[in-house]
Design a protein around this ligand. Structure first.
Ligand SMILES: N[C@@H](CCC(=O)N[C@@H](CS)C(=O)NCC(=O)O)C(=O)O
Length: 234
């Protein structure tokens, strides 16, 4: 049984799009797994998720999926065309290398949402530890957003960039049912996980308002949700 190390749920959901991506991949591919709650510093690269499969420890959601394809087979992508692979790759990059940072900004650097996020992430810790751990984590994320760039932008520019990502995703989803075409593939694990983290989290952010302008995003989430239900019944 694969052990998937990730953050403890907050608000009853998986608030890490990279961790949720691995969960969704396993569910769609029919790979049994068990989750274990941990912290990034326990991970081989100081980030989550990572998996342990017997004696193998594998960090990074993309590497984990590659590893699972090698060891458990590749039921989702075996028939994927070069075109589908290219489209899926581009949508995945939009999610992981761009939209992700707008999500991160909304949770950690936007004062309208940070107090709620702080409570959800750290509220279960004893008061002194809570303040300390939250402050250390907050400083780390702020520094990484300053390095990436959004930490230096005015708020409206960050959300405009996130809105452009969501509009591009919606444009593509108006032309095809799934991330890489009309078949479900591993790229949907990423797309679903990131869109879920915009739409289903109880924070009324500008990103969520923007996603609501594109009904195709909700329709896509429902479609993948149905596929997850069907995979669970198999
Ligand atoms: N490229 C990595 C990115 C993983 C990542 O950024 N994880 C975040 C949570 S969503 C994390 O562990 N952040 C903690 C930190 O940066 O200290 C992957 O695909 O797994």
């Amino acid at each position: 049984m694969i052990e998937l190390y990730q953050f403890a749920p907050a608000w009853g959901i998986n608030l890490s799009p990279f961790c949720l991506k691995v969960e969704i991949y396993c569910q769609l591919a029919g790979i049994p797994y068990e989750t274990r709650s941990t912290l990034p510093l326990k991970g081989p690269r100081g980030k989550l998720p990572f998996i342990i499969d017997q004696s193998n420890t594998v960090p990074d959601s993309g590497k984990i999926i590659e590893y699972l394809k090698e060891t458990c087979g590749d039921p989702l992508d075996a028939q994927l065309s070069e075109e589908g692979r290219a489209m899926g790759h581009m949508l995945r990059q939009v999610c992981e290398e761009s939209l992700y940072f707008a999500i991160l900004y909304s949770r950690w650097l936007d004062d309208r949402y940070w107090p709620k996020v702080r409570q959800a992430f750290f509220g279960s810790l004893p008061p002194v530890a809570r303040s300390l751990v939250a402050a250390i984590a907050h400083r780390g994320i702020r520094n990484s957003l300053i390095g990436q760039g959004y930490g230096r932008y005015p708020r409206e520019e960050v959300y405009a960039a996130g809105a452009a990502d969501l509009a591009a995703i919606a444009w593509q989803l108006n032309r095809q049912s799934y991330a890489a075409g009309d078949q479900l593939t591993s790229f949907d694990a990423t797309l679903y996980a990131f869109l879920f983290n915009v739409v289903q989290v109880p924070l009324e952010t500008p990103l969520k308002a923007e996603a609501a302008k594109h009904p195709v995003i909700d329709a896509y989430l429902n479609r993948v949700h149905d596929a997850l239900d069907a995979a669970e019944r198999r």
